[in-house]
Design a protein around this ligand. Structure first.
Ligand SMILES: Cc1cc2nc3c(=O)[nH]c(=O)nc-3n(C[C@H](O)[C@H](O)[C@H](O)COP(=O)(O)OP(=O)(O)OC[C@H]3O[C@@H](n4cnc5c(N)ncnc54)[C@H](O)[C@@H]3O)c2cc1C
Length: 489
């Protein structure tokens, strides 16, 4: 008989782990609280419009490819990928910067804004490419068990880059504030301020300018569907509408989980739900991290999101658009240093139907708007409405068109929904930030120190926030389980 592994949650990290564990011969069942799989990457379909509820930037295509290759498959066995050209547009108060689909095009755009800046840009991206190679091949694939994992000949030579910040590095080489914001944008995916993110993370700039921005036809949810299909083909059982209410422990061993009044037993338990929530399912004596521990951590922002159906095609926008026409620094302070609703928020908007006709009805546009906000702040319908008005007015002005009268519907999602739908700590959108003091072995551990057969995966543990890291997190924890319980049968 195969050893039984139960997995809590069906986000990217849980689905990834489920595939590796099933391939290794375990009997794997995934229990998901919501009606559909995918966690933060679920999908909303309404009146012919298709929205990705969470992630929309498909970066680091090599990581997705490697994941499917591990099972003898390719991404193209499941979904069609297009490289977006341009990758995205950034709207500033008095200028629009277009990020093309090759480094040459981006260099030309940098030179247009700051003559001569293409030369330092090429050097910066060369260094970022080396960092990417080291990060992906040498650092990120480590389970975060000890500080020694970080010490490789390559990282030892670059130790200074763990103590300098990305913000400082960019400012040393570029003067134009718009180019500075452009180069600081990618590390926002790591959940922290650029002034609090080690410069080694410039590998995100290589992901951006070197590897490019891609779109799976049909949206990011196609990747979830692909992983679900793969998992099921490997024998994984996935059961939705299953809220895990309690983890029971006997001695130092987790023995069962309680779902819909029933006890399910297993040999090994893995939770891909938010780490903080997973620990609250245990009696207090089995929790490794106190409420004080969590309250002192820097969490990635929460978000106010709008899913909007427009009854016409929109002008002057691309698939991905950043609205950086207000102060980056002030908004960052209002998220991290002095949490409150931002006075003049930056925002992001995507219109996947610009490049993918399957995402909206004919002559219509699917619109997704995101304002990053501090986790845990007040969330009311009135605030949501107020902020929609703020950004849509700015959107009209900056893109030079009227859209308010073309809205068929708008749904919103904010702090309260992150808590209700995902049991997210303070309603964070994408986990715990990757700051220097919250990197690698300094993040919450994949294996419980108090319960022998309990493991964790996902964006609050290693390597951190984002879809590619979630795929890697699932692999890391599966490898650890296979190593510790070296036989599946
Ligand atoms: C708005 C938004 C935009 C983003 N944009 C991008 C992007 O463009 N690109 C990118 O790479 N990343 C992006 N991210 C980050 C990325 O989506 C996440 O890092 C990733 O999806 C997290 O996966 P996970 O498996 O760690 O967690 P989750 O997706 O949160 O999965 C956890 C699962 O556990 C379930 N669960 C919780 N409690 C229980 C319980 N008691 N019982 C059973 N099930 C439970 C939840 O319902 C959920 O399905 C974005 C995130 C958000 C929210």
């Amino acid at each position: 008989m195969s050893a039984v592994i139960n997995i809590i949650g069906s986000g990217f990290s849980s689905l990834s782990a489920s595939c590796y564990l099933a391939k290794a011969g375990y009997d794997v069942t995934v229990y998901e609280k919501n009606d559909t799989v995918g966690g933060r990457a679920r999908q909303l379909k309404k009146d012919g419009f298709t929205f990705d509820i969470g992630p929309s930037w498909y970066w680091m295509p090599d990581i997705f490819e490697k994941f499917f290759n591990d099972f003898g498959k390719k991404t193209s066995d499941y979904y069609h990928l297009d490289k977006l050209g341009p990758a995205y547009k950034i709207f500033f108060k008095d200028e629009v910067i277009t990020i093309g689909d090759t480094l040459d095009k981006i260099c030309k755009e940098f030179d247009r804004i700051e003559p001569g800046s293409a030369i330092p840009l090429k050097k910066f991206i060369e260094k970022a490419a080396t960092n990417y190679d080291i990060a992906i091949n040498k650092v990120v694939l480590k389970p975060g068990l000890s500080p020694f994992e970080l010490i490789t000949p390559e990282t030892a030579m670059r130790v200074d880059q763990f103590f300098k910040t990305i913000s400082g590095e960019v400012r040393k080489q570029f003067n134009n504030p718009k180019l500075i914001s452009t180069l600081e944008f990618p590390v926002l995916f790591l959940g922290a301020k650029p002034s609090n993110t080690p410069s080694f993370y410039s590998f995100m700039n290589y992901a951006d300018f070197g590897l490019g921005t891609w779109h799976p036809k049909g949206g990011m949810y196609e990747v979830i569907k692909a992983m679900e299909t793969l998992a099921k083909s490997l024998g994984v059982k996935i059961i939705t509408q299953s809220v895990v209410k309690k983890i029971n422990v006997s001695g130092k061993t987790a023995s069962s989980i309680e779902i819909n009044g029933e006890k399910k037993s297993f040999d090994i338990l893995l939770s891909g739900a938010d780490y903080h929530h997973s620990e609250t399912l245990l009696d207090e004596k089995y929790r490794q991290y106190s409420e004080t521990y969590w309250s002192k951590k820097t969490f990635a922002p929460s978000s106010l999101l709008f899913y909007v159906g427009f009854n016409k095609k929109l002008k002057n926008v691309e698939h991905h658009n950043l609205f950086f026409d207000t102060s980056f620094e002030t908004h960052a302070e209002e998220i991290y240093d002095n949490p409150k609703w931002p006075k003049d928020p930056l925002f992001y908007a995507n219109f996947p139907s610009k490049t993918d006709a399957t995402m909206a009805p004919e002559n219509a546009e699917t619109g997704f708007f995101l304002i990053p906000i501090a986790p845990g702040i007040e969330d009311t319908e009135a605030l949501r409405a107020q902020y929609f008005d703020i950004i849509i007015s700015r959107f009209e002005k900056l893109t030079k068109q009227e859209v308010k009268n073309s809205i068929l519907f708008k749904d919103s999602f904010c702090v309260k929904d992150f808590i209700k739908d995902y049991n997210s700590y303070k309603g964070n959108a994408y986990g715990m930030a990757n700051t220097l003091s919250q990197t690698a072995f300094l993040r919450p551990k994949l294996k419980s120190k108090k319960v022998n057969n309990l493991y964790f995966t996902g964006q609050l543990t290693v390597p951190g926030p984002g879809v590619p890291p979630a795929l890697i997190s699932g692999k890391l924890v599966a490898d650890l389980i296979i190593k510790h319980h070296n036989t599946a049968v």
